[in-house]
Design a protein around this ligand. Structure first.
Ligand SMILES: C[S@@+](CC[C@H](N)C(=O)[O-])C[C@H]1O[C@@H](n2cnc3c(N)ncnc32)[C@H](O)[C@@H]1O
Length: 390
């Protein structure tokens, strides 16, 4: 129980991640800005990598020491017997982030850390590990404050939001762990009908389906810890089997609905849900969100509508948002509607007063999740919504 880990997550989801980690068995989780520190044994890293829906990575704490200059960083790093942690045949990448560090060049600091690791391997009579920036076997993370340097070994490999069910080539997709976090923040649970009427590649619906199916998000991918010396295959297989056994079959009538005006987007969303093995949990339909009717008397509408900085897009967008507001008032009384957006002006055009306004980050982008309670009688019924599908 004496290992320390740090799990970064999208900013705004730290409290939700702390709660999730506690449920997964993390000891004494401590919420920080941008992530959570927690404790446990090494097998906890297997479970968190496999089951966390919110963490971006799980970093294993290797050392923490005061430093003043690059030479100190070299010494701190060299003092660790890296050959006991991973083999010299593994390819390596070193990343460094810093807050208030006195060092003038962070690239030079990163280089010194990389040299110290390689020199230590040589001093143990082994090869120098080669560097691979694209897809390394092993990633070392250094985090510098003004006075202290912390070194971590990454146990995740590819970031955990890369569940493996979609290509990340399409425009403006939500990160998978952010989509899972949005669902949590809205209070959605699998017994509540859910609609994403502008689903794009379907991230929100697919993450909802994974939650409803009790399918661990990392069930069909590999992890960085499998390349470290402490990796224990039988323990990992046992944890993974337990997660496989927990998966539920899809219901006859799915309560998760996803739509998009673009047929291409919808085809992609269907394909990704199928890759994630949850296509049967979702009803997909092409159509204009402004012409949607509610499929239940109450439910959660959660969507990430288009927003853009291009001038030619702005007219279409300024027409879209009021039309969505009209649709909600006309057909979704009794529902809660949530909009996730990186634009803080456009949601004002919906014409409803948000009950909640939650700050969040999508990568580096400052965003908000706006929550609206749609009440009966705010508008005459049957008023047609303007067509803004073009
Ligand atoms: C920002 S993207 C959504 C991205 C999505 N959250 C994802 O993770 O891939 C916005 C989507 O809204 C769709 N859209 C735009 N106007 C629409 C409308 N009137 N009705 C339905 N979908 C619309 C676009 O085709 C686009 O796929």
């Amino acid at each position: 129980m004496n290992e320390t880990f740090f799990a970064p997550c999208p900013r705004g989801l730290e409290n939700a991640l702390t709660a999730e980690l506690s449920l997964l068995g993390a000891v004494a989780p401590q919420t920080l800005s941008g992530g959570v520190v927690f404790h446990g044994d090494l097998s906890l890293a297997y479970r968190v990598n496999l089951e966390s829906r919110l963490a971006s990575r799980v970093l294993w704490h290797v050392a923490k020491q005061p430093y003043q200059n690059e030479q100190d960083l070299y010494t701190i790093t060299y003092d660790i017997d890296w050959s006991r942690l991973f083999s010299a045949e593994r390819t390596l990448r070193v990343d460094l982030t810093a807050t208030r560090s006195p060092l003038t060049s962070l690239s030079f600091a990163t280089l010194r850390i990389k040299d110290a690791i390689c020199d230590r391997f040589r001093a143990e009579g082994q090869l120098r590990p080669s560097i691979d920036k694209q897809s390394p076997d092993v990633r070392v993370y250094a985090y510098l404050t003004d006075k202290e340097a912390t070194l971590y070994l990454d146990t995740s490999g590819e970031a955990l939001f890369k569940r493996g069910y979609r290509k990340n080539s399409e425009e403006a997709p939500l990160r998978e762990n952010l989509a899972a976090g949005l669902l949590l923040l809205t209070g959605w649970t699998p017994d509540i009908p859910l609609l994403d009427p502008m689903c794009g590649s379907g991230t929100i619906a697919t993450e909802a389906a994974l939650i409803a199916a009790r399918q661990a998000p990392g069930l069909h991918r590999g992890f960085g810890f499998q390349k470290l010396h402490w990796y224990d295959g039988p323990t990992w297989q046992r944890i993974k089997q337990k997660a496989l056994d927990a998966v539920c079959p899809a219901p006859e009538t799915p309560a998760i609905f996803a739509g998009d005006v673009s047929e291409d987007a919808l085809e992609r969303a269907k394909a990704y849900a199928a890759h994630a093995r949850v296509a049967d949990w979702i009803t997909f339909s092409t159509g204009n969100a402004c012409r949607r009717e509610a499929h239940a008397s109450t439910g959660i509408w959660l969507t990430n509508p288009p927003y853009g900085v291009r001038l030619e897009a702005s007219q279409t967008l300024t027409a879209l948002y009021p039309a969505l507001g009209t649709t909600l008032k006309r057909s979704f009384a009794g529902w809660h509607a949530w909009f996730f957006s990186g634009d803080q002006q456009l949601p004002k055009l919906i014409g409803l007063k948000p009950e909640r306004r939650i700050p969040l980050f999508n990568g580096a982008l400052d965003c908000r999740l706006y929550g609206f309670k749609i009440v009966e009688g705010s508008m005459r019924r049957n008023k047609p919504a303007p067509d803004v599908s073009s």
